[in-house]
Design a protein around this ligand. Sequence first.
Ligand SMILES: [Zn+2]
Length: 183
Amino acid sequence: MKKAGWDRAWAACALALTLSLALGASALAAGKAHEHGVARLDVAVAANGVSIELDTPLDNLLGFERAPRTDAERAKVQAALARLRDGAALFRIDPAAGCTLAKVDLVSAPLQLGPASTPAGDHGDLEGSYQFNCKAGARAGFVEVGLFEAFAGLKRVDLQVATPRGQLKATLRKPASRVVLAR
Ligand SMILES: [Zn+2]
């Protein structure tokens, strides 16, 4: 009798484990596409500002996806971070909108940037958050994206753009750089 109770408990436990593994895998598949050569940009245009979220595999920026191990790799990380922090060069917004870069946040677990978290598996990402203040954000007709100039490993950028006039999806393929915001 006791043994049967244990068996049921084990079965329930195994089932719970299977469920949580399945949920974890599907959450990963739905939430974050990690494809080398491809980055994602979410651009939100409002009257008083433009915000841009970058999500990219580290491989596109560095050629590796872990903490740097040598002086050469550390130098590569520092050079990449300097370019990433230069948001006004990476994202050149139509001057008609009168935008200035206000804030840059970079998060990458393997590079120990942002909140402490454990890198998961063999792959690593970097997320960049860029906030521009604008005098007339709605007048922004385009953004010139400088990611291909800055990072040779990048081949394609998938964009989602939200403006006061609506939403659109766009794809930039190297060496194209201009995203049209107004139609
Ligand atoms: Zn990877």
